[in-house]
Design a protein around this ligand. Structure first.
Ligand SMILES: [Zn+2]
Length: 603
């Protein structure tokens, strides 16, 4: 595909995955599966039907072996996912991914009995076992596994569900990815009428262009491109909604979001407080966009203006400069943060080059603690890209810090997974605004505030979209594209009040949101994490080096405790509405500063 990319783009910046495997034909992939199956067979032989008889030491040894088997077996599949994300268009990689997914399933099936037997141990007996120091490392893991007890099926049923998922939900998700990632959008240049073929990422970039005509043309390209996929995506989403309905019925989950709350280790009342406040505080969004309209000098703002830059800045940040900026900023908070972030560049743990076929968006992959985390993004040189880099490196530092945890204690739950990334973004933001004049500052504040709205209010609106789609699919059957579009439009509009009026064209834009397909109700973790981080960041600003040390200690704990416990280390109570109000107060201050800066610049 011939696509002009800006000069500041990270050409040639590709990751080195050799710590995993060399290629799809690396014989070590096969060897690793053989080893995993050999160990799994021995595990079955030793423990099947006998888990309830184990004493604390025996149980600890069994869990250690289980996590090692899973850790090794995760590697081929991580490798396949990473290759696929970097190049979704190569059929050889697609089929490699499918093969690894199936092999991973067959291993999971073998090992499934263990957790099922763990779940059947009488509560009194389990309490005695847990009191033994031998199990100290796995207390949180045991609680997590046993929380699912009321939602588990028989082993035969669990095996059936697991095996069928490869040709069921997982296949539909992959279809969504393949269809959207490889779609070519036809962009018509507003001044010359010349046609150009763009990737999704490039179209989305142009929606942030200074020239309104370019944004309108990008929105046209995006809408008509999504329009051609409408039938397929509508069917895929309906099928995934039905799949979730079915599984929730079998597993006795009440509301569609309840299983996500369980895996997030949060309860519905805690999440509902946050979601309610997000809706109530849409006044902040409206206030901001009224100022933005004044700055842009437009009579009305629509969906194409939401992310318009305030001034015609062509500011491009070359890759090496971005590295310096982020690493320096992290260093002002804690030297260890800077050192760990810099390692990602020095050791080629980032895949940043713009390329067709590469998946949109960005992520940090940290699936096993014995391997270093890696980052994927597309770096074109904008300040937004710098923030994305800071975000992913925040995750990266978190992952790097928690590598001393065992595999089962390595991953935090979703809502806290965004703590370190958003925190990283805030540090870089402060550094940037400290050096800027009032005009540049205004632009930086706009970027930060819009980013916060995109996380807090927009993801909460997306949560409501999902809630309504799942509920409607359960009550009334399949939804039409028009119905999905209407719910989407209503919920996203509600976050803007009178600040922005979304155009009709925006109705289909739910289709490219991967989270709806991949991980239902993932989105609220962003609202939750952003607000949480804004409040924690305030504490950090007043807490000095002592707080910085305590904060890094929490990151080092990885996922070895519940979100409530981890935040407890910082003195935070997640069930307190007042704590969450603190996050909104921080946003209010940002908007007030923005209003003041504009009054100053306007003169
Ligand atoms: Zn993130």
């Amino acid at each position: 595909m011939s696509t002009p990319v800006q000069d500041a783009a990270a050409h040639g910046v590709r990751w080195d995955l050799s710590a995993l495997f060399d290629s799809v034909s690396d014989p070590r992939v096969q060897a690793s599966w053989e080893d995993a199956h050999r160990r799994a067979d021995a595990f079955v032989e030793k423990y099947r039907g006998k888990v309830a008889e184990l004493d604390a030491q025996g149980l600890a040894a069994a869990i250690r072996e289980e996590e090692q088997i899973q850790n090794e077996a995760a590697k081929p599949i991580i490798f396949a996912h990473l290759l696929f994300a970097a190049d979704t268009s190569d059929p050889a990689i697609g089929s490699f991914l499918q093969e690894q997914t199936e092999k991973s399933s067959s291993l999971r099936v073998k090992m499934m009995f263990f957790d099922l037997e763990l779940q059947k141990i009488e509560p009194g007996v389990m309490d005695t076992l847990k009191a033994d120091p031998a199990l100290a490392t796995y207390l949180h893991h045991l609680d997590v596994v046993r929380a699912y007890t009321p939602h588990m099926l028989s082993e035969a049923e669990e095996v059936l569900l697991e095996e069928c998922a490869n040709v069921g939900s997982r296949a539909w998700v992959r279809l969504h990815d393949e269809v959207t990632a490889n779609h070519e959008y036809t962009y018509v240049d507003p001044s010359t009428g010349a046609k150009e073929t763009l990737t999704e990422q490039e179209v989305l970039e142009r929606l942030r262009h200074a020239d309104r005509a370019v944004r309108v043309a990008a929105a046209d390209a995006f809408s008509s491109g999504l329009g051609t996929m409408q039938r397929v995506i509508t069917y895929v989403y309906n099928t995934l909604l039905a799949d979730k309905k079915l599984e929730d019925r079998l597993r006795k989950f009440e509301a569609a979001e309840d299983s996500r709350h369980m895996s997030n280790e949060l309860d519905r009342p805690t999440v509902d407080i946050v979601m309610r406040l997000c809706r109530e505080r849409s006044d902040l969004v409206e206030r901001y966009y009224k100022v933005k309209r004044d700055i842009l000098g437009l009579p009305e703002l629509t969906h194409v203006d939401r992310y318009a830059p305030l001034f015609d800045t062509k500011q491009q940040v070359p890759w090496e400069r971005a590295r310096e900026m982020v690493v320096d900023a992290f260093g002002t908070f804690h030297p260890d943060m800077a050192a760990r972030a810099d390692e990602f560049f020095a050791k080629s743990w980032i895949e940043a080059e713009p390329r067709a076929g590469k998946t949109g968006g960005a992520f940090c992959s940290y699936l096993t603690p014995d391997l270093h985390p890696v980052i994927l993004m597309t770096y074109l040189g904008s300040l937004d890209n710098v923030e994305t880099l800071a975000h992913e490196l925040g995750h990266g530092v978190h992952a790097s810090l928690s590598r001393d945890q065992t595999p089962f204690n390595y991953h935090g739950t979703l809502p806290l997974a965004e703590l370190a990334s958003i925190f990283g973004e805030m540090i870089v933001f402060e550094k940037l605004t400290g050096q800027a004049d009032s005009r540049d500052k205004l632009a930086l504040y706009a970027g930060k505030i819009e980013g916060i709205f995109a996380s807090v209010h927009r993801q909460a609106a997306m949560f409501r979209f999902e809630q309504r789609c799942h509920a409607k699919r359960r009550a009334d059957g399949e939804l039409t594209s028009e119905e999905f579009g209407a719910i989407w439009q209503e919920e996203i509009q509600s976050m803007f009040g009178a600040g922005v009026t979304l155009g009709e064209q925006h109705r289909d834009w739910w289709m490219y949101v991967g989270h709806f397909f991949h991980t239902p109700f993932y989105v609220y973790a962003y609202s939750f994490g952003e607000l949480l981080t804004l409040s924690v960041y305030e504490l950090a600003k007043n807490g000095g080096p002592e707080f910085a040390t305590k904060y890094l200690e929490v990151l080092k704990l990885g996922g070895s405790r519940t979100p409530h416990e981890l935040m407890g280390v910082l003195g935070v109570d997640l069930r307190s509405e007042e704590f969450w109000q603190g996050g909104f107060a921080a946003i209010d201050r940002l908007v007030t500063t923005f209003e003041g800066l504009w009054a100053e610049v306007k003169g």
